[in-house]
Structures are given as C-alpha cells and as structure tokens.
Design a protein. Structure first.
Ligand SMILES: *Cc1c(COP(=O)(O)O)cnc(C)c1O
Length: 426
C-alpha cells in the first residue's frame, strides 16, 4: 500500500517486526560477520545481497535512503556523506574523462566549483546554460559526447525555478538522463521524477535534516532511464565490470537497480563518501517532521518576502511565491504547495548597504548554512561566492548586493521586526 507524503515522512522506509525497536536502530558497526568464506565471497561477487563493510553499505543508511526513495517516488537510493558527494557521484557514475555534461548556470556555488574546476581537471567538460534559455539554446548545448543534464529545482542562492519538463525533454531527445538537485523544495513540495527527471539528488544537510545537526546527501534513481537503449554511451552500466567479476549492471539489477548498485559497488568502494550511521539516524528524525516544518518555512518565507517587497530600502526581492516574481508561473506549476523558506533580496545601495544590513541582524545569524530551523542569512558575494568574478556572479544570478535570508521556524512577526530594525541602519 502506498501512503500520502506526510505518512511516508513519518513511517516510510522502516516497518519493525514483532518485538523489534520502534525507532530505526543505529547499526554502529564497520563490519558484518559470516560463517564461511563462501558466504562472504558471494557478497563480493554481488551474487547475494548483504552487508560486509560499512564503507559500501550500512543497514541504518539503507533504511533512511529507502524512506527518501519512497518520498521521491524512485526505484533505488543511497545516502552519501554530503550533498557534494551526491552530486559528484550522480554525474561521475555516468560521465568519464572525455565526456561532456550540460548544466544550468543557476546552481549552488559548491556544485559550480565541483563541475567547472574539479571535474574539469578530471577531463569532464561542462557547458552552462541559463535556466531561462530557449529550447533552441538548450539543444545547441549538446554534443556527441554529452552524458547528462543537470539542474536545481530551486537554485541556491539565485532562487530561480527550473522548467523541469523543458530540461527533461531536451535531455531525452538527446538520449541522456536529467539529474535534478531537489534540495530546496524537498519532495514535500516537488517531486521532479513526476516531471520527467531521471535522477534526483539532495543535500540532506538542509531541510531534510533541518536542525543543522549533520552534513549528508542522497541520490535517488527513478529507474526509468533506459540505459540499454544507449548502451554505447553508457558502457559502465551496459558492459561487464571487470572489477566485479564481469557483472553487467543493467542485466543483473535491471533498470530499477543498475545506477545505484554501480554507484555503490564502484564509487563508494573506491571513494568512500559514506554517511555515518549516527548521522543517518539524525537525518531520519528530521524526515519525520519534514512535512510539518516545510509548511511553516514556506509561511514564514512568504510573510518575509511580502514585507521586503513593500520596503523602500529594498531594491528587489526574489521569492517565487510573490505574484510579481519572474518565476511565479513556474512555481504555480511545479510548487503548488509552496517553495521553500529562502528569500533573497537586494539592499538599495549595493554591496556596502548589504554588509551594513547584515551587521545589524539579531535573530538572523550570519552562517553559510541555509534551510535550518533557526533563521540564518548570508551575503554570498563576500562569503560562498567570493571566488567568482562579477561576470560569473551575474551569470548565476547572484548580484553583489544580494542577501540570502533563510527563514527558520520562529514567529514570522519577530523575523520581520528584526529585519525592519536592521534596515534602519542602512
Ligand atoms: C548545500 C547544497 C549542496 C551541497 O551540499 P553539502 O551537504 O553542503 O555538501 C548541493 N546542492 C544544493 C542545492 C545545496 O544547497
């Protein structure tokens, strides 16, 4: 039986049997014991499923991944140590040296660096396109060796809303999957797979954990992309893996399991970005209230955005819940129940005015963090995005005067009063 999203947040992934713990057990063990070498050998050959070493898989992590998989409507999922690891694995699982990826230019700064600097050094080229590009511009970005398309449902910190169907259509016409980072809306507010995305990633560090307790990530596969149809392009999934005794992932694990099994068997084995089981437990506590919290984050976001929108010292407000927002129509389509609690805005007077405003905030703490129970804010141009030139900043929608304000779960009027007093100094 499948339940509604709220029920899955609370009960998904784990159904204890008679006399078993009500709460997800933390399996704090690096290793798992077997009676014979043959038993263990079968696990190493991927002939039997089971646990042998937590660097590859751990039961606590798998239970929590299963809940997120159910929330996103996927076929398989895995936790990673961070959102960065999730995005790296999701792309690197299908793109190698000599390959190419099309990505939206409006993405998280850390992801931009990962793609444009680190993965470029590994020989993978990225073409960045505006999330607002026309279908023609988008199609023109593809090459013979393109292996994936990447975007964020709601970009951090630009708050652009991606037209997921437009990107999915272009990806599929070119025979490649669409990978969507769904960190900001969470599956409570948007399920990209329902709009054509093939793989969904998360920084669970944000709303899913929601309490600033643990860094983590997750990859969910829809199981819908037919790798076999493009076998020449995806030899890693469609031809034998010599490092696993010749297993061919799509044959042994089907379209539902091939992507996640390969990412676990090869990337986790070799790179080891596993999430600590203790952190997976904390993540699950966050997931249990995700649907309740998201609603409140969105209510606070809307109230703060409306206040700022009418304030004389504010140059502009980005919040897709505002009727005049550039992305309001896309939000009505993709985010009918709300977007997220993050609002960004420009303080009149530019970089200097933004810095003054930041200095006088009392409730809103200056943190690189976002999407937390406690309100936090950031001036990206002097923090997360300080490596980027003004041109690069503008290309990804982060202007020098922009403040990113992440509404927590406090009383909305208290947040507004705090903003109002800080703006008096500007
Ligand atoms: C924070 C963030 C990441 C990176 O996640 P970490 O857990 O910090 O590694 C990736 N994508 C988005 C949209 C984010 O907000």
């Amino acid at each position: 039986m499948s339940y509604r999203i709220e029920t899955t947040c609370v009960q998904g992934g784990y159904t204890p049997g008679n006399g078993e713990p009500r709460q997800v057990p933390i399996i704090q063990s690096t290793t798992f014991k077997y009676a014979t070498s043959e038993d263990m050998g079968k696990l190493f050959d991927l002939e039997a499923s089971g646990y042998f070493y937590t660097r590859l898989q751990n039961p606590t992590n798998d239970t929590v991944a299963k809940k997120i998989c159910e929330l996103e409507g996927g076929s398989a999922a895995m936790l990673t140590s961070s959102g960065q690891a999730a995005n790296f694995y999701a792309v690197f699982n299908i793109a190698n040296c000599g390959d190419h990826v099309v990505a939206s230019s409006a993405i998280y700064g850390g992801t931009y660096n990962l793609f444009a600097v680190t993965m470029k050094k590994m020989g993978i080229e990225f073409t960045f396109v505006s999330p607002d590009c026309s279908e023609e511009e988008l199609n023109a970005a593809f090459r013979e060796n393109t292996k994936a398309v990447f975007g964020e449902t709601i970009a951090n910190p630009a708050l652009t809303v991606l037209d997921i169907e437009k990107f999915a259509k272009a990806a599929h016409e070119h025979g490649v999957p669409l990978i969507i980072d769904n960190t900001f809306p969470t599956p409570v507010n948007c399920r990209p797979i329902e709009w054509g995305a093939d793989i969904v990633t998360h920084s669970t560090t944000k709303y899913m954990d929601g309490h600033g307790a643990g860094v983590g990530g997750c990859i969910v596969d829809s199981g819908k992309f037919d790798w076999r149809k493009y076998a020449d392009k995806y030899p890693g999934l469609c031809t034998p893996d010599d490092s696993y005794h010749g297993v061919t992932y799509v044959e042994r694990f089907g379209l539902e399991g091939a992507f996640i099994t390969k990412a676990t068997a090869q990337l986790m084995r070799d790179l080891g970005s596993i999430q600590a089981p203790q952190n997976a437990f904390l993540l699950n506590l966050g997931l249990e209230s995700l649907h309740v919290r998201m609603k409140r984050h969105c209510e606070n976001g809307q109230a703060v955005a409306e206040f700022l929108n009418n304030h004389e010292k504010i140059a502009y407000v980005n919040y897709c819940g505002l009727e005049g927002d550039k992305y309001h129509d896309l939000a009505v389509k993709y985010l009918p129940n709300g977007s997220c609690g993050v609002v960004s805005f420009g303080v009149k007077g530019g970089r200097k005015a933004a810095e003054t405003f930041m200095k006088h905030m009392k409730l809103g703490a200056i943190e690189t963090h976002v999407a937390d129970a406690r309100t936090c804010c950031l001036h990206p141009a002097s923090a997360t995005h300080r490596q980027m030139s003004d041109e690069e900043l503008e290309a990804c929608g982060v202007y020098p005067d922009l403040v990113r304000y992440s509404c927590g779960l406090e009383n909305a009027q208290d947040l507004i009063d705090d903003i109002a007093q800080a703006l008096e100094y500007v």
